[in-house]
Design a protein around this ligand. Sequence first.
Ligand SMILES: Cc1cc2nc3c(=O)[nH]c(=O)nc-3n(C[C@H](O)[C@H](O)[C@H](O)COP(=O)(O)OP(=O)(O)OC[C@H]3O[C@@H](n4cnc5c(N)ncnc54)[C@H](O)[C@@H]3O)c2cc1C
Length: 465
Amino acid sequence: MNIQGLKDALGHLDIEDNPAVLKKKSRDFYWFSPILKRELDEVMGDLIVSPKNEAQLTEAISIAYRMDVPVTPRGAGTGNYGQAMPLSGGLVLNLLGLNDINRPQLGSIVVGAGATFVEIDAAARSQSTQELRIFPSTYRSASIGGFVAGGSGGVGSIRWGGLRDLGNVSRVRIVTVEATPRILTLEGDEVLKIAHAYGTNGIITQVEIPLAPAYVWIEMIVAFDNFDQACTFANDLGNQDGILLKELAAMAAPIAQSYFIHHAKYVRHDQDTVFLMVASQNLAALESFIARRQGEISFRSDVLSLDQLHSLPPLFECTWNHTTLFAHHANPNLTYLQILYPYPHQIETILRIKNLLGNEIIDHLEFVRFDGHIGCMGIPLISFSTEERMEQLIKIYEDNDCIVFNPHRYTLEEGGMKRSDPSQLAFKRENDPKGLLNPGKMVAYDNPEFNFSANRKYLFSSLKH
Ligand SMILES: Cc1cc2nc3c(=O)[nH]c(=O)nc-3n(C[C@H](O)[C@H](O)[C@H](O)COP(=O)(O)OP(=O)(O)OC[C@H]3O[C@@H](n4cnc5c(N)ncnc54)[C@H](O)[C@@H]3O)c2cc1C
């Protein structure tokens, strides 16, 4: 790879090769996994380019294409599985500069891929009294392009479902990696070619996403004496059609009291908890539902003074993978898995596995709407011992009819459904003919013969150390 030649050719754009910056911008939150930490710790790009607009981006891509240099797109780098890490080195494409935010229309907004959720939501609220329907708990830093390419769902999924559900991303504009890059617009089913493809088959420059009316959300922690009660309450609350929720998560003791430094004082060590956000107009209805189930409201944001409120982070920063982040900070030996429990038997499955595994796991559940039904994703905290034991745990979940999205693998397929998506693969072949885009992440492209059911781990042969 002729890196000096690349620097010379891109010299008129915003480039960076300071080793400390390069190291930082070659990483994401891969270290949540002790296995990925070991495997990917040395991964480094060779040069960062930060285009300010689509024209500069297109120019950088055509130069990289001509020089056969791998290109790894990157937003804020908050992904978890080494998604944005340049496994073969080369050019790191910092897309945060493509951050234009158009004026919101009724029901939707068009934004640049580098715009962050906090910026988009602020624009939607101030200019149109609307808000984002779904966002990751990394709202304050993550980009919309990174979410569409790497995310799955988050706050709002209890009402609106996941990222790849039809309608949750209205339109995506992408640039291909060719001698003369093409600009394509994807809508409807076509969006699924690029959504959650880890930036392997096109570079997103603009996204249109739906908006909903902006509500006043009340944050609440409801405490219970046992986990069975907490998760049954959460599951049943999710099914209350008249109560509008933005977030609904159940956390086994001692998560709330031991790991959440800001909210710990509201909960006892032995309490199992439900973290939720409810629309203010449904507060009284929610209080009635909590009373019926003998829950204890241990925290509610509507009774706090402004000073108290400002001293706390938003409650959603205790949910999704923020739970894992805080738990790992408190106990670096804690890592996680990502589980989809079988609908409609999610609660009995969760409790059965809890009985089997005892203290080896601490349950964290996120309730989500799947095709009109309230189902449940698990992000259990796990005391890490060995990679072999992690595989055994995955097998136990799978033997109990769960689907495991393995966060200890860096490839799209192994971290997902363990099979390739033919439409995403075909799209890569069309848009990235030299295979330069985020190499090593799509197994189906690198090694079409790889057998996912043979229980082998895919090792990318060009992993650059
Ligand atoms: C504490 C914590 C909590 C999280 N909570 C959630 C959550 O609630 N829900 C959720 O889904 N995820 C969550 N994540 C994962 C991650 O934060 C989100 O997926 C986030 O949206 C990624 O955005 P980003 O800008 O940081 O993307 P990056 O990490 O920079 O990139 C993610 C992937 O997208 C690709 N990419 C980035 N920009 C583009 C582009 N413009 N075009 C093409 N490809 C691109 C990258 O190559 C990479 O494969 C969490 C992670 C952490 C560490």
